[in-house]
Design a protein around this ligand. Sequence first.
Ligand code: GLN
Length: 533
Amino acid sequence: MPNTKYIFVTGGVASSLGKGIICASLGKLLQARGYRVTNQKLDPYINVDPGTLNPYEHGECYVTVDGTETDLDLGHYERFLNVETHRANNITSGRVYQNVITKERRGDYLGTTVQVIPHITNEIKENILELGKNADFDFVITEIGGTVGDIESLPFIESIRQLRWEMGKDCLSIHLTYVPFLSAAGELKTKPTQHSVKELQQEGVQPDVLVLRTEHPIAQHVKDKVALFCNVEPEAVIENIDVKTIYEVPIKMQEEGLDKIVLRKLGIKDERKPDMENWLIFLNKLKNAKKNIKIGLVGKYVRLSDAYKSIIESLIHASAYNDRKLDLKLILSEEITEENVAEKLKDLDGVLIAPGFGERGMEGKIIAAGYARREKITCLGICFGMQCMAIEFARNVLKLSDAHSAEINPDTANPVIDMMESQKHILNMGGSMRLGAYACQLKKGAKAAKIYGKDLIYERHRHRYELNSRYTEDFEKNGLICSGYNPETNLTEILELNTDNQWFIGVQFHPEYRSTVLNPHPLFVDFIKNSIK
Ligand code: GLN
């Protein structure tokens, strides 16, 4: 395609309408026609990145291969498109301002007054166009976080307005709204949508396509009405009805003709049909699995499942590929005690000990790990979860009763989990984190190597502390072996129990960031497979 096309997706009426899923679905459908697509998220908040945000505020922090801490929508993009994203795929107001202020301090603006318009908007525009540089992509789909009318999203909408004015045919605007059903009136109500579109028009952007999220089918005359009052072609009013699984959305959007209308509006003639065959194979497995698999996720953010988004999606992928329906039980780790652990974990086919930071709920994770180890329950520990497995083993098998992580108890005589010397001088929050993809060498003959089917892997990290090498020998002598290590630093990346009849594996990295619909993660697939046994 001669020019990269830019698609902007805004939302109105309410948040949490699934804009990220719509963007990922559109990306998938275009990709399935053979185009090169990337998705981008613009977040209007002032944090430079979501790395310091509480998961209850914002949901999970997703980490890209290049070590950027990003919005969880990037996880959807990767899971749907099976393509890696990078730093340029997620921009926040905080980063935009940081860049502009850095340039101002450097004197780049040559004495001019630095203002929201044009400096902030230019910075936003550059960050959008950045992805289209080098002609790497046919389509850049940019999602604007928040809802239209928010004060903080104004510079973003203004940037879109300018880009559309500058690039004309190469840009397209999609607006996602909500059409509520008033049961008292027995009717779907379109007024909020009309208002939302007016708001967007007031900011200078006329949407080309409207996607209407709804819990009930939208009749043609309702769509026609929306079209008339919102100045949009009737064919470009797309119904987005609730479905059981997010993985059905691309198929629904295809049925509704979202990809077709987008291509037509961008002036692209394309008679091909998206090749969604493999996607449908997955979807059929997901929807038709008869038997359940019951997995317990032990963590401290169980009130909001978005906090563990990628883990849950990875479990869903792996269960579907094992022809099982995931029956997930979120278990609040701070409520687990030695007395009630058997009760809380009974009936589970497998236990996953979640990542995390800080003391709250940690002892519960350690107790859960110990219970799974003794009862031979299939158990996967991720990051902090793996660290809890190691502490439990040190306390109960090596009999080091004060074993701990230096993160929680810096004065313990047995810091089984500790910070490496080289990190200790870095004080800035986030600065000392090990972030992004690192190589991991797998030991021949161990479970991990068999699961991956190769001996060198790359997995993404997000943590500050490491397994203290002082203890590895004792661990290994007692059956908890290091089956994967960093080839450069020798740090332990995988621990596993060295017995044939038990699946007990802890990983310092985050495999969940790499599981996609078409490439379910081998570690999760094997975890579910063994949980079935
Ligand atoms: N808090 C631990 C560390 O910093 C683990 C982090 C995590 O689970 N992502 O090392």
